[in-house]
Design a protein around this ligand. Structure first.
Ligand SMILES: NC(=O)c1ccc[n+]([C@@H]2O[C@H](COP(=O)([O-])OP(=O)(O)OC[C@H]3O[C@@H](n4cnc5c(N)ncnc54)[C@H](O)[C@@H]3O)[C@@H](O)[C@H]2O)c1
Length: 255
């Protein structure tokens, strides 16, 4: 895609699922890519897997709840990429719990990773660009759960709704610095996160869900979300700013 080749890209949560596919796509586009994840083994596997796909700049362990670590890792990624310009702000978790059973720890964990973590990484990245007088693009990962209140996901829904407002606020304040900021809202995508949740929902859950709720009749693939990341980060989206791209097979179009 236009304008991607040669960019320095940081993918947070780039060791699994959508983030891993996005890292692969950015490498295929000729970017220098740095990935982070919060667990050692998947990070090692991802680095091995991505090594062949292009100019991998490296990867590090990172818990996005740790503000100091975020700043250290952004510095390291910036150096390894010879200047970051794109952030796929992707790290996130999901828990399926009925509203009446969510306790304070569950609530705080989901909000801290999905919303506060996204703020922390986005701010550290933007500060780096502004300090270096560099333009760029940030894509924040929200969800269709930011736009509808799926049952048993109150904490997740609230965190992703917050990501949309964070995205608009960042767009308003960072546009003047030449940093475009947008959000992605995928629907049901086949990833380890969903495999874990579907496992507790009985056999055939994903197929049933797709048949009953998704007009295209199937769940999404990680490469389909990776393509949306690449588009929003590229010059093809040079006037797309402060908005949301839904990638859901038509799920939100159903009445
Ligand atoms: N899978 C879907 O259907 C779907 C739909 C909409 C949005 N999303 C969002 O996409 C993103 C990726 O989801 P996925 O399905 O690929 O999940 P996944 O579990 O396959 O990958 C999650 C990634 O986030 C990282 N991560 C988790 N907790 C972290 C923490 N505390 N600090 C730093 N990194 C952490 C993991 O290391 C991993 O790399 C999430 O933000 C998720 O909410 C997923």
């Amino acid at each position: 895609m236009r304008g991607l080749s040669g960019q320095g890209v940081l993918v947070s949560g780039g060791t699994s699922g959508i983030g891993l596919a996005a890292a692969r796509r950015f490498l295929e586009e000729g970017c220098r890519v740095f990935v982070t994840g919060h667990e050692a083994e998947p990070l090692e596997q991802a680095l091995e897997e991505l090594g062949d796909a292009g100019e991998l700049a490296g990867g590090l362990l990172l818990d996005v709840r740790d503000h100091e670590a975020v700043c250290t890792v952004i510095d390291a990624a910036d150096e390894a990429c010879d200047g970051l310009t794109v952030l796929a702000n992707n790290a996130g978790i999901a828990r399926r719990t009925p509203f009446l059973q969510i306790d304070g720890d569950d609530w705080r964990e989901v909000l801290e990773v999905n919303l506060t973590g996204m703020f922390t990484v986005g701010q550290a990245f933007a500060r780096k660009l502004v300090a270096g007088d560099r333009t760029g693009a940030i894509v924040n990962m929200a969800s269709t759960n930011a736009l509808g209140g799926e049952e048993d996901y109150a904490h997740y829904n609230a965190s992703k709704g917050g990501v949309l407002q964070l995205t608009r606020s960042m767009a308003v304040e960072l546009g003047g610095h030449g940093i475009r900021v947008n959000a992605l809202c995928p629907g049901y995508i086949d990833t380890p996160l969903n495999t874990g949740i579907a496992g507790g929902m009985g056999p055939g859950f994903a197929d049933r869900y797709a048949r009953e709720r998704i007009p295209l009749g199937r769940v999404g693939r990680t490469d389909e979300v990776a393509a949306a990341y690449a588009f929003l980060a590229s010059d093809e989206a040079s006037f797309v700013h402060g908005t949301t791209l839904v990638v859901d097979g038509g799920q939100l179009a159903v009445m």
